[in-house]
Design a protein around this ligand. Structure first.
Ligand code: GLP
Length: 248
């Protein structure tokens, strides 16, 4: 059963998400443990990240015990490109906090095709060796994708190279100026990788997400709506606003 919490708007919802993340970090710190976070790109988590930066600067929230794994990266993509998810994560979040460089794991978009398989395996292994992801933050595509697990993705999929759907490339064309500039591929954590997380928080704001949120929660789990696989996860919360929940 997915638990849903509805807030007035993304500002209110994001403050709650940031608090949940910071509480977990502090709890783990007290226990002298690492806190393994799965992070997402896109516009949805931006306010959560800015709240966490505020907590770091004003309340002394430390990320020294935090290890992050990002969901995905375009392929091919140089990490220092302005369009990369590496740049996104640094510019919107990571460069403002005290996380250690060695604790940042974002799938590489600049490895050779030949090495992708073994690279993806090692990415999975790294997560497993740390005991798994404690909390995975997710956005959702209007086609129901999570990470870049596009419609048709298998429940047993692990980190791999995928083809970005035309639907998603069109949605991304706003960042790339034109759809022709949007990469055709990406490396993404798989559905299985995501479902292994101990806790998952999916956030969705605004009217454009309302239809897919309804389908994800109300329809039977099916590969055409990858986010619907979350129904089988034991500890998933959806944090929504009035608009994204308006069809529930
Ligand atoms: C992107 C990312 C996803 C993200 C989604 C929604 O393409 N691969 O991880 O959750 O699309 O983006 P937004 O939050 O901007 O709506």
């Amino acid at each position: 059963m997915i638990k849903t919490f509805i807030y007035k708007n993304l500002n209110e919802g994001s403050i709650i998400v940031a608090k949940k993340i910071s509480n977990l970090i502090k709890k783990k710190e007290k226990l002298n443990q690492k806190c393994v976070l799965g992070l997402s790109t896109g516009s949805s988590p931006l306010k959560t990240y800015s709240e966490l930066i505020k907590m770091h600067k004003k309340e002394g929230l430390s990320f020294k015990n935090v290890i992050v794994f990002n969901l995905d990266e375009f392929y091919p993509m140089k990490p220092n490109s302005q369009f990369s998810y590496h740049s996104f994560m640094f510019n919107k979040f990571l460069k403002y906090i005290d996380i250690q460089k060695k604790n940042i794991n974002i799938p590489k978009g600049d490895i050779s095709n030949k090495k992708i398989k073994s690279y993806c395996k090692s990415f999975e292994k790294k997560i497993d060796n740390l005991g798994g992801i404690d909390l995975q933050l997710l956005g959702i595509g209007t086609n129901g994708h999570i990470g870049f697990n596009e419609p048709g993705s298998d429940i047993n999929s692990i980190t791999r190279k995928i083809i970005i759907s035309n639907h998603s490339r069109l949605a991304l064309s706003k960042d790339f100026k034109s759809i022709d500039n949007v990469p055709k591929n990406a490396i993404t954590m798989g559905v299985k990788t995501i479902l292994k997380a101990k806790k998952i928080i999916l956030i969705a704001w605004g009217k454009t997400k309302s239809k897919i949120i309804r389908k994800t929660l109300k329809e039977k789990t099916n590969p055409l709506i990858p986010a619907s696989y979350l129904q089988s996860h034991k500890n998933t919360l959806f944090i929504l606003d009035n608009n994204s929940s308006s069809y529930l």
